[in-house]
Design a protein around this ligand. Structure first.
Ligand SMILES: Cc1ncc(COP(=O)(O)O)c(C=O)c1O
Length: 460
């Protein structure tokens, strides 16, 4: 291997240099520098190795993105071949290239037939940035320029750029950089924490009706679109009650509000369907995609448009005043193409639906179904959340649930598994190529971490 950096250095050396130069994501920098980050040096399949030689089963696919796992030679070969042939070109000024054309042909063969066009980006955040402009442009073209308000949800996550974080509902992010105009929020459909006495079905409908109330408050003539993740990812892998999505779709259709699904996590097989909206049975007008599109091997995202929207923009829209230097980057496109071919041709999405997904959920229910710390298990396919509960009968949550979950995550690392904490939930989303044996290991090691957490919480 001809890596352009020095072969292995001492961990302390890496840490000192890291602290000297980096602002990391979503952490107290000073506290991190005092502790020192783990330095990940290698990945193969579902496993990662750190600079101390410790091996971890990555139960989170990086950040929900390594669908095919680490070290896939077909993806690296695709990147190398494309770099040799045409390392860079763009889609500005009347040019295109074969890699991006073939990628789009394959992408639309995997999507339901009512989608036709895509605007490529480098990330999920950018996909949602582009979404705002595209949706507003669509209504301009249809002669309704005042229709520009986007409605998102509290505790939704749509990325970290200013506009994407404004669409999202993480208040602590809004506090850091402000909001943008013409964005509103409604509540999240988090039944376990927020439903009180309501049944899931009642609560799902009530949350959806908030959308109708918000549209009426703002005036339907001013509302451009509603954006949501089919299930909340970063917010805690929260699955809405079954009554939620049909009602949301009805409301969007009734008031002529575009339904925009953020499929950045849910796309590319995670739920056992190619896209998460197919699992929930609704039909969005736009899809924001990223992550699993390339299995995370190179940065690439995109905004997928329905035929109806694309037709208006193409036939009647004139100049589309938008462009990114790296949109449809040939090397990223070649990797995405190889990645989607592998997901399709190796039957991986079907395997998640028919075999490994049900296997993981049975295992989780066997191991945690009556665990004293776990109040609810949610998820489908290769994603799951374990909800901590102080009192399972009343669904009371721990006052320090955030600290407990963070502790559980640390215990996981010590046990050799990477699972993620969000508020009082432990979440997992292993690579889609996980075998049954790897899922056994994931659950065994998670059990060690959860049991240790239950002990410090006085539950075991
Ligand atoms: C649902 C969702 N949308 C958008 C994003 C932002 O994607 P990126 O980090 O690629 O900008 C994320 C990232 O986790 C996400 O989970």
């Amino acid at each position: 291997m001809n890596l352009p950096f020095e072969p292995q250095r001492q961990t302390q050396d890496y840490r000192a240099s890291d602290a000297a130069h980096h602002i990391h994501a979503f952490v107290d920098q000073k506290a991190l520098n005092a502790e020192g980050p783990r330095v990940m040096v290698r990945g193969e399949g579902l496993y990662l190795w750190d600079s101390e030689g410790k091996r971890y089963l990555d139960g989170m696919s990086g950040l929900w993105c390594t669908q095919l796992g680490y070290g896939r030679k077909d993806l690296t070969a695709a990147a190398a071949a494309q770099m040799d042939q045409l390392a860079y070109y763009n889609m500005f000024f009347h040019t295109t290239h074969p890699a991006v054309i073939e990628l789009s042909e394959l992408l639309f063969s995997l999507l339901p037939g009512h989608y036709s066009h895509v605007i490529y980006t480098n990330s999920g955040s950018e996909a949602n940035e582009v979404l705002i402009r595209t949706v507003r442009r669509y209504w301009q073209v249809l002669g309704q320029p005042q229709k520009k308000v986007m409605i998102g949800r509290w505790n939704g996550y749509h990325g970290s750029t200013l506009a994407a974080s404004a669409l999202g509902g993480m208040k602590f992010m809004h506090e850091m950089g402000g909001l943008i105009p013409d964005v509103a929020h409604i509540d999240e459909p988090y039944w376990y924490a927020q439903a009180g006495e309501l049944t899931p079905a009642e609560f799902g409908r009530r949350c959806a009706l908030q959308l109708e109330e918000k549209i009426l408050e703002l005036g339907a003539q001013n509302v451009a679109g509603f954006i949501a993740e089919p299930f909340q990812g970063a917010g805690g892998m929260i699955f809405p009650p079954q009554s939620y999505w049909p009602e949301i779709q009805r409301i969007c259709r009734q008031y002529d509000v575009l339904l925009c699904a953020d499929e950045v996590i849910g796309g590319f097989g995670r739920t056992g369907e190619w896209f998460a909206h197919q699992h929930f049975g609704f039909e969005p007008d736009t899809l924001s995609i990223a992550k699993g599109l390339t299995s995370g091997y190179l940065p690439m995202g995109g905004l997928v448009l329905s035929k109806r929207m694309a037709e208006a923009l193409v036939e009647r829209g004139g100049v589309f005043a938008h462009g990114l230097t790296y949109s449809g980057h040939p090397v990223a496109a070649a990797v995405a193409l190889a990645n989607l071919k592998a997901l399709r041709d190796e039957g991986i999405v079907r395997q998640v639906k028919d075999d490994t997904g049900p296997y993981l959920h049975k295992l989780l229910h066997d191991v945690f179904g009556s665990h004293p710390l776990i109040g609810e298990i949610q998820g489908t396919g290769l994603l799951a959340a374990l909800q901590f509960a102080e009192d399972k009968d009343t669904r009371k949550r721990f006052a320090n649930e955030n600290d407990l979950a963070w502790q559980c995550r640390t215990f996981g690392f010590e046990a050799g598994v990477i699972i993620r904490s969000t508020l009082g939930r432990m979440i997992m989303a292993p690579a889609l190529v996980a075998s049954r044996a790897e899922l056994d290991e994931l659950v065994d090691k998670t059990r060690i971490a959860v049991d240790r957490t239950a002990r410090i919480a006085g539950k075991l």
